[in-house]
Design a protein around this ligand. Structure first.
Ligand SMILES: Cc1ncc(COP(=O)(O)O)c(C=O)c1O
Length: 417
């Protein structure tokens, strides 16, 4: 037998094991000042590529005004309970109706957080007789929702439609025995690699198999499709998505999320989803702030157009400069390099301190050993000068990496060097 705290002190987790050296720099960095393409990191301005602010709404004057006025009028306390008990409001209902109309669905339900809502929705929709089939590269909120499932689950390799078909054959046989139903879960845009879920091919499989499709479109909502309605609209299969999930945390630069679906499914979620029944509802300023953002998202298509101008310049520029950016089909821009974790920390340190470019770094265990993933999130408030400067800086650090300049035994210790 061991003491729990003693056990944790010996195994701090794959990222936590580097906390002493990396805290405040590689992990938990503080970005300060006005939210824009440039923010202050450790007292110095940096060109920033890691903000969830695709459309640049975070600091839009109309958004700031609406947020401030709502906070002044309502404070942060209201509503005073869960929706079902005492937390209902006309604004919550109006936002749900507007989101549903925007997504071409009958109704919608608000979620306090995307992650928690997604976990809870999966838990709520299926019982032990049902079978979940899901993509292997799904976001943690899908994986954790599937973990709560008491019945069978089958995973298919990322976007492998032939394998999905095999899993659906297995699931169909099993469902015939249990009398259960099949739920397929995937993403619209995969947040690390930027590639789209093959929604069109998955929807086409409905001709052969009986299942319902649940799509997490956290990165597609507001960025993809003609009107910004998401990846279903982009691929012309919005009707084939039975349950559509979006978060407010990316394009809307807010907190919260929603699920849009048939009216009876939304009603079922409202009466059965534990994360919403047993938790306080979204504060009023967030709801009013979301209404304003949705209005701008719909009425100012130039925000999405600006975003895509930056995305196209960045992705085409990186490719022309010889960078490996995988198969992204969305604003998410991964840059893949080869190197160890200590090399990655030296490279990022150089990029931040000497080039004043701030982006996120992803290493093992999120990506395979030996891969360094630099993840860039373009926004509508970046400029083409930002793009050119960044590609130039990246070319310089890549040359240094390849010539062995960053070779090191240990990760950069920003707190004790
Ligand atoms: C694919 C995906 N799903 C869900 C979420 C969770 O959303 P939220 O930040 O609103 O909890 C995220 C955000 O990180 C995401 O990228």
């Amino acid at each position: 037998m061991t003491d729990l705290f003693e056990k944790i002190s010996k195994n701090r987790g794959p990222l936590g094991m580097h906390a002493k050296e990396s805290h405040g720099y590689f992990t938990f960095p503080k970005l300060e000042g006005e939210i824009s393409n440039r923010m202050v990191f450790r007292g110095k301005e940096k060109l920033v590529w890691s903000l969830n602010n695709y459309l640049g709404l975070a600091n839009h004057p109309e958004v700031r005004k609406a947020d401030a006025e709502a906070a002044k009028q309502y404070g942060l306390a209201l509503p005073m309970g869960a929706r079902m008990m005492s937390g209902e409001s006309d604004n919550h209902i109006r936002l749900e109706k507007e989101l549903a109309a925007f997504e071409h669905k009958e109704d919608a339900i608000l979620l306090n957080y995307g992650y928690q809502g997604m976990v809870s929705a999966i838990d709520c929709l299926v019982d032990r007789h049902d079978i979940i089939v899901y993509d292997s590269e799904s976001h943690a909120c899908i994986i954790d929702g599937v973990r709560l499932h008491m019945g069978k689950r089958f995973v298919y390799p990322h976007n492998d439609i032939a394998n999905l078909e095999k899993q659906l054959e297995r699931a169909t046989k099993l469902a015939q025995e249990t009398g259960g139903a099949i739920l397929v879960i995937t993403e619209g845009v995969f947040g690390m690699s930027g590639d789209q879920g093959k929604l069109k091919e998955i929807v086409a499989l409905k001709k052969k198999f009986h299942f319902r499709l649940f799509v997490d479109d956290a990165h597609g909502f507001g960025t993809m499709g003609k009107t910004g309605a998401g990846t279903g609209e982009e691929q012309g299969v919005q009707d084939g998505i039975d349950i559509y999930f979006g978060t407010f945390a990316k394009s809307m630069a807010l907190i919260g999320g929603f699920i849009a679906s048939d009216a009876q499914i939304v009603e079922y979620l409202k009466y059965n989803m534990r994360s919403q029944i047993f938790a306080k509802s979204l504060p009023m300023p967030l709801v009013i702030g979301a209404l304003k953002r949705l209005e701008l998202l719909k009425s100012q298509p130039e925000l999405k157009n600006n975003l895509w101008k930056v995305v196209n310049a960045l992705q085409n520029g990186l490719k022309s400069a010889g960078f490996e950016i995988g198969n992204t089909q969305s604003p998410v821009t991964p840059v893949y390099l080869n190197g160890s974790i200590p090399e990655a920390t030296k490279l990022i340190y150089d990029l931040r301190e000497n080039f004043d470019v701030f982006c996120s770094m992803v290493v093992y265990p999120v990506v395979p050993k030996g891969i360094i993933l630099l993840r860039l999130i373009p926004t509508a408030v970046h400029t083409l000068d930002d793009v050119n400067y960044t590609i130039d800086s990246f070319s310089k650090i890549k040359n240094k990496l390849m010539s062995g300049e960053y070779r090191a035994e240990r990760i950069v210790d920003v707190n004790h060097s």
